[in-house]
Design a binder for this molecule. Structure first.
Ligand code: ATP
Ligand code: MG
Length: 313
């Protein structure tokens, strides 16, 4: 992430800091500075040294916000979490971002989707249970994975008896975060201790919603769960980035759900929806992402559009 992106993110996270006061102190025209923060114009390089000096007094660290950790969540199964983690991640990498995917689901579907064989030396289990360094595999130059395995299922009960059980991922991420722009965590279909590890380590949450009636009912539980994490000071900075509709189609049900939830959740609904597309299923079956498998598909088009929206949010 560039200094410019980090500064914008710093102001987004610290709403109490006055942009006008900072601009005045740094000798920058306040209205030009506000336009820069809104993304409407660039800040001339010559202003950067003075600006950084002032911002540091307000607690800005030059590497602050360089990495955004995003949990991909829904305790309902089969809605498209893994497909989204994989293809959002690859789209971000294609946009020039450095991306790490973390598979924290004992089903290890993301690991399989990345084409990684089941018999890998080390997995997320070694990190969560034995505090080992995260085992990062290079899928491509800017696209990496921490794999999972079935043994993670039995690790859950061990984690629950550990006083730091909820903080294992957060603690481990401190050592791998710095080179990455985005870390995406693919959760299991539950709100248990593995998902809580992801939520405590994350800045943002993307809730994946399949557009069918039963998908709606659990959304209140998810938002309450995120609020609980925030209110109990387990992660005060966690933010619901948005709801992503997946497997949309032209049926009345699909359209009604999009309409109903858009009214309810307003700006928290991503403009992009992911259409139902068989190429996404086939890409997963072939152990690769949609851009490598079918770059002209609707799936590739939608996930690239979604990645651009995530970058701009
Ligand atoms: N947009 C889409 N169009 C068609 N099929 C899709 C789409 N998104 C996902 N799928 C398919 O739906 C199935 C479930 O998707 P996925 O594995 O991503 O869901 P999940 O939420 O991760 O599931 P789980 O809760 O089991 O982890 C897979 O077969 C996947 O290929
Ligand atoms: Mg999954």
């Amino acid at each position: 992430m560039s200094n410019s992106d980090s500064i914008r993110l710093f102001f987004k996270k610290n709403k109490a800091i006055s942009a006008t006061a900072v601009a005045d102190e740094a000798g920058i025209n306040p209205s030009a500075f506000r336009n820069y923060l809104a993304g409407d114009r660039n800040l001339p390089e010559k202003h950067l040294p003075a600006l950084l000096t002032v911002l540091k007094k307000y607690g800005f660290k030059e590497d602050e916000g360089t990495c955004k950790v995003i949990t991909v969540l829904n305790h309902k199964g089969g809605v498209g979490k893994t497909t989204t983690t994989m293809n959002l991640g690859k789209a971000l990498a294609l946009l020039g971002k450095k991306v790490l995917l973390i598979d924290i689901d004992p089903q290890a579907n993301l690991t399989q989707h990345c084409g990684v064989a089941q018999q890998v030396d080390k997995t997320i289990v070694d990190t969560l249970l034995n505090d080992e360094v995260m085992p990062v595999i290079d899928i491509e130059a800017n696209f990496h994975l921490v794999p999972s395995e079935l043994a993670l299922a039995t690790a859950e009960s061990q984690l629950m008896t550990d006083v730091n059980g909820w903080f294992k991922l957060k603690n481990a991420l401190k050592f791998v975060k710095s080179p990455y722009d985005y870390i995406l965590v693919d959760c299991p279909p539950s709100l248990g201790i593995l998902t809580n590890n992801a939520l405590l380590a994350s800045d943002e949450v993307v809730v994946v919603v399949e557009t069918e009636y039963l998908a709606i009912s659990g959304l209140g539980t998810i938002t309450k769960h995120i609020d609980g994490i925030r209110r109990n000071s387990l992660n005060e900075n966690i933010n619901l980035l948005g709801l992503l509709f997946t497997k949309t189609n032209n049926t009345v049900v699909s359209k009604e759900i999009v309409k109903e939830l858009s009214t309810l959740y307003k700006s928290k609904v991503f403009k992009t929806s992911i259409r139902r597309n068989i190429s996404l299923v086939e890409a997963a079956g072939n152990g690769t992402d949609i851009f490598s498998y079918a770059e002209d598909s609707h799936g590739a088009e939608d996930y690239m559009k979604f990645a651009k929206e995530v970058v701009e949010k």
